[in-house]
Design a protein around this ligand. Structure first.
Ligand code: AMP
Ligand code: ZN
Length: 667
């Protein structure tokens, strides 16, 4: 037994070191193949010997924990914003202000300002115990399970770290990974993500940490907070953090004057485009912690730090034409077609004009010289018009009144910015978009069928809604462009297999407006069958937890369409799952309704995941950390001492797995 424990420890340490070399130092020390072999060996041992479970083992990086509602956590130290500056003068003013407040020379640390989602990590005895988003600065969301999957976040520290401290940083999505994700999305017929920053912060709030694990996020650290850290300057803090195993970019530099700060800014203003991730400026911090303390904070930001924002790059070019795109929901987006121009390292040909109001507000006209800006967004935006260059015969833009694809008169609902084409069943891009949505990975996940093929199939008249997919034959699709027999076969097989996709995902796949994955799950859980949803009144729908009027209206409208009912009838005949399967229903109750339950430790008769599933199947909520809202804790072996103390302090009951099973009437 000791041998095994030792082997597990050896593997964990080795894997940890390889992870560190690869993800923190960007310097691989082992092949992927060898790494996988070791990881598998460790996984197998951990499965066989659950008594050696460790939440911080390298095997835990793959995620798996699902968080329904992120717990709110109050920051021990507030997470402030930064004041912004845009010019040399701004910085000089700042220096004047702070020189009045502190004695002696001031040295500055210059760092890059990473553009992502800020995060606060707490370490105790060298182990990551929690990761919390900035939220409103006073309190944020507990996203520990998700952050643990980010490989550059050390789960265990090296060297002489303080017993307890917080470290702040930014979670970013490097361009390369972002572009890969988007290629994948486009292939699946999904809208590409707009920019790495929003995608990074969105990733932190995903419910399934296994999904987060798939995203190539990185965590870049920049500030230590806490008492007794054994450091005297910000720069020393960065060095220490690096030694403890954190990823701290080495661009940071010390400057002895604002002139030296400006050199740093100038250098990175030019070179930042070569960095693997987005930056939107530089952060300048008073280096001495003693001076920082003397300077203190305003209501919003530290006086000892200043952000310098890079100017978003702009150029002007001619607007050649405006075209209109029709999305899957019928929403119309006006697009500016520009005279191609170089901007921030790429050639820009198109820019979004958003909607009719935007065009009117900026009075944008074809033939105008327009200013284009590229900030974080991949799609550039138009800032305005150079009126000096307006052509004498130019005409105000008249927004289209009819759908450019099918000619239907457009509608615009009260309070909505977008115009819509309401020809739901006859407008090609809507038909294609809906089927593309139906087959995408998160929906029916049809293997062997991609977004482009869907367009081909629709254009060839072979399908006109998603139920038609199930009647496609190999012989029909082979004549299509580029379709080999094998691919045709795979496609038909993939479509057939989608009949096993569970109801909640089918419901999402239908593409009902406002019914995303989460809403689909809610509806499926509540109504259990498509017929029940179709029969529900708007009032009834609104009564479901978290379903608002907008969603209720949309769901009701969807099922009021005879066409839709026909399509659903066909799906039913083909055997698509239109109700919650009996298997799934079995064992579902509401006995734990309203209960928030924490699971801790290792169990004898059941795995942690099974236990969590039981809680959810019986209407309870699994929460990842103890708070006053916790109903009780189900604890196995190895419950951590800090959790025990916390439970005691809050007077929360701890029960074992058998007592829990009794509560839900299972023995
Ligand atoms: P803002 O959101 O514009 O108020 O800028 C403040 C944010 O900049 C902080 O909350 C951090 O998330 C982020 N930030 C990025 N890089 C740094 C850095 N090197 N030092 C401090 N803050 C940074
Ligand atoms: Zn149309």
């Amino acid at each position: 037994m000791d041998d095994i424990k030792q082997r597990i420890e050896v593997l964990r340490n080795e894997l940890r070191e390889h992870n560190y070399n690869y993800y923190v130092l960007d310097n691989a020390s082992i092949s992927d193949f060898e790494f996988d072999i070791k990881l598998k060996e460790l996984q197998t041992l951990e499965d066989q010997y659950p008594e050696f479970f460790d939440a911080n083992s390298p095997t835990q990086r793959v995620g798996g924990e699902v968080t329904k509602n992120f717990e709110t956590i109050v920051h021990d130290n507030r997470m402030y914003s930064l004041d912004n500056s845009y010019s040399k003068e701004d910085l000089e003013d700042w220096e004047k202000r702070i020189k009045k407040l502190v004695d002696g020379d001031i040295q500055y640390t210059c760092e890059l300002k990473y553009d992502g989602a800020s995060i606060s990590l707490t370490y105790e005895n060298g182990v990551l115990v929690k990761a919390v988003t900035r939220g409103d600065g006073f309190q944020g969301d507990n996203v520990t399970a998700n952050v643990k999957t980010i490989k550059s976040v050390p789960l265990r520290l090296k060297g002489d770290f303080p017993e307890k401290f917080d470290i702040r940083g930014e979670i970013v999505l490097p361009y390369e990974g972002f572009n890969k994700m988007n290629e994948e999305r486009i292939k699946n017929g999904e809208e590409p993500y707009r920019n790495p920053r929003n995608t990074a912060s969105g990733s932190l709030k995903l419910q399934d940490s296994a999904e987060v694990a798939k995203r190539p996020l990185e965590c870049l650290l920049y500030n230590l907070t806490g008492a007794n850290l054994g450091i005297n300057t910000q720069f020393e803090g960065l060095e220490k953090a690096r030694q403890w195993g954190f990823k701290v970019p080495d661009a940071a530099k010390l400057a002895n004057s604002i002139d030296e700060v400006l050199e740093f800014i100038e250098y990175w203003g030019l070179h930042r485009h070569n960095l693997p991730y987005e930056t939107d400026g530089v952060v300048i911090k008073v280096n001495s912690l003693q001076q920082q303390e003397e300077l203190g904070y305003t209501a919003k930001a530290p006086r000892w730090a200043m952000a310098y924002k890079f100017k978003a790059e702009q150029v002007s070019t001619r607007l050649n034409s405006i075209t209109y795109q029709v999305g899957r929901t019928g929403a119309i987006t006006p697009v500016a077609n520009l005279e191609p121009v170089e901007l921030a390292g790429t050639t820009v040909k198109r820019a979004s004009l958003h909607n009719a109001d935007q065009i009117e507000k900026l009075d944008i006209r074809v033939g105008d010289e327009v200013y284009v800006e590229k900030g974080g967004e991949i799609i550039p935006k138009i800032l305005g018009v150079d009126l000096m260059k307006r052509l004498p015969n130019s005409q105000p833009t008249k927004y289209i009144e009819h759908c450019p694809e099918c000619g239907t008169e457009l509608v615009r609902q009260e309070g909505e910015a977008q115009h819509y084409c309401s020809n739901y069943n006859g407008c090609k891009p809507q038909i294609i978009g809906r089927i593309q949505h139906y087959i995408c990975r998160k929906a029916m996940d049809i293997e062997g069928l991609g977004g482009e093929t869907v367009a081909l199939l629709v254009n060839a008249g072979l399908i006109s809604n998603y139920s038609d997919l199930y009647e496609l034959t190999k012989e029909q699709v082979i004549p299509l462009e580029r379709m080999a027999e094998k691919s045709a076969e795979n496609m038909v097989k993939g479509i057939e297999q989608s009949k096993n996709i569970p109801f909640e995902r089918v419901l999402y796949a239908l593409g009902i407006r406002y019914v995303g994955e989460t809403v689909a799950k809610k509806l499926a859980k509540h109504y259990k069958s498509i017929d029940a949803i179709a029969a529900a009144s708007q009032d009834d729908l609104v009564n479901v937890d978290e379903i608002g009027t907008k969603i209720a209206e949309s769901v009701h409208a969807f099922f009021s369409s005879e066409e839709n009912i026909k399509i659903i009838e066909r799906l039913k005949q083909f055997g698509v799952q239109l109700e919650v399967s009996a298997e799934k229903l079995e064992g579902q109750t509401n006995v734990l309704e309203g209960k928030s339950i924490v699971v801790s430790g290792v169990f004898e008769s059941i795995s942690r995941n099974e236990l969590k599933k039981l809680i959810e199947d019986n209407g309870g909520k699994v929460s990842s950390s103890i708070s006053s809202k916790t109903s009780y804790i189900v604890a196995g072996d190895n419950m951590g001492p800090s959790k025990k103390d916390k439970a005691k302090a809050l007077n929360i009951e701890i029960i074992n797995e058998y007592e829990f099973l009794q509560k839900i009437d299972k023995n």
